[in-house]
Ligand binder design. Structure first.
Ligand code: F6P
Length: 372
């Protein structure tokens, strides 16, 4: 049953997934495609490997049948790339790798393929590019994706809930082995510069110490908590560390630089630093587990399937209404939208006054500092 009357003379739309993958991408592709076909009878063109597919002209038609049966499957049937920024695209010239603005190629491809609007499913890098393309006159709608939950303009991104579930499950498993061996178990989780994953999963999994990027920690305080627990009957501790966490006065640990990526820094390694620090200072045997890309794989949770379906449908409504240059969002429990321009260059971090910080402290959880 359609609720959107306006159709805005749209006949064909394109859809792409860009940046790191996450659970729920296929649920969104399915929702976008089915809504476009069922509600409006539009053609849907799937663009392969994010913006790269538009630059290289790699697309394929998506039908009701081709998106059937993909709701519960992880990854993206369209493929993705986080190395194809059309405003700084790496091309080889005279044996040298230089960055070129190829955004016009992408605009021309859409025109040649009669694509009236493009739906970009991605995180902040993708939506920043989408915002700049919208400024250049392209009809663009963004849908917010990332396990990190760090996108400005929305309260939540799809993929986050599934990742929190995966980390929580891992913490449950780490708990039993930590108890058996009386160890300090450090679990490093993703999230870039935002601590949402560590905070939510740390609370859900009963972490004793949560180290997040927004609160630089003091290793002496972490050790005091671990030592206190072991002297008072709890002979194990679980320390959940965001990959972006850093000691007060120190720096983040960079794992690698991906040169041709729009956001080249890949964080990782702080878990080992914390585990070594605990063992050296307390003598308590410590181990580190880095959950890595496990957090992005596999089937989406039911929450992410529903959110992905709602987001996909909302994107089509916005296209039909001609409301371009917008990011689909969930705000205060409502499915709505924000200007894409508001996402450019911004990250949604955990604020110091967030209710989950207070709540965690109320149940005895430490953030590795004496006081917040
Ligand atoms: O943004 C999602 C994310 O998984 C981050 O949490 C992590 O820092 C990064 O991507 C890892 O990127 P890559 O897949 O390139 O290693």
């Amino acid at each position: 049953m359609g609720i959107i009357m306006v159709d805005n003379n749209i006949e064909r739309i394109g859809v792409l997934t860009a940046g790191g993958d996450c659970p729920g991408l296929n649920a969104v592709i399915r929702s976008v495609t089915k809504t476009a076909i069922v509600e409006h009878g539009w053609d849907v063109i799937g663009i392969e490997d994010g913006f790269l597919g538009l630059i290289e002209g790699r697309t394929r038609q998506l039908t009701y049948d081709t998106v059937s049966g993909i709701l519960s499957i992880g990854g993206t049937i369209l493929g993705t790339s986080n190395k194809a920024d059309p405003f700084a695209f790496a091309v080889e010239k005279g044996g040298k790798l230089i960055k070129e603005d190829v955004s016009q190629v992408l605009i021309d491809t859409c025109r040649d393929l009669d694509i009236d609007a493009v739906i970009t499913i991605g995180g902040d890098g993708t939506q920043s590019i989408a915002g700049r393309l919208a400024e250049r006159g392209m009809n663009i709608i963004g849908i917010p994706k990332t396990i990190d939950n760090d996108l400005a303009g929305t309260d939540v991104t799809f993929g986050f809930d599934t990742a929190v579930g995966i980390i929580t499950d891992a913490l449950d498993r780490i708990h039993t082995t930590a108890m058996s061996h009386h160890r300090a178990m450090v679990v490093e989780v993703m999230g870039r510069n935002a601590g949402w994953l560590a905070l939510h999963a740390g609370i859900a999994g009963g972490g004793d110490v949560l180290l997040i990027p927004e609160i630089p920690f003091d290793i002496e305080e972490v050790c005091r908590v671990v030592d206190h627990r072991s002297r008072h009957g709890k002979r194990f501790s679980i320390i959940v560390v965001s990959e972006g966490a850093r000691p007060a006065g120190g720096t983040q640990v960079v794992k690698r630089i991906v040169k041709d990526s729009a956001d080249p820094i890949r964080l990782g390694g702080i878990g080992k630093v914390v585990a070594d620090g605990i063992q050296e200072r307390t003598g308590i045997e410590s181990r580190v587990t880095v959950l890595g890309h496990l957090q992005r794989g596999g089937p989406p949770s039911s929450r992410d399937r529903v959110l992905g379906t709602l987001f996909g449908r909302k994107a089509i409504d916005l296209v039909a209404q001609g409301k371009f240059g917008r990011l689909v969002a969930e705000k205060g429990g409502e499915i709505t939208s924000s200007p894409l321009a508001d996402t450019i260059g911004k990250q949604r971090l955990v604020p110091r006054d967030h209710y989950l910080l207070d709540t965690a402290i109320s149940v005895g959880t430490s953030f590795g500092v004496k006081e917040l």
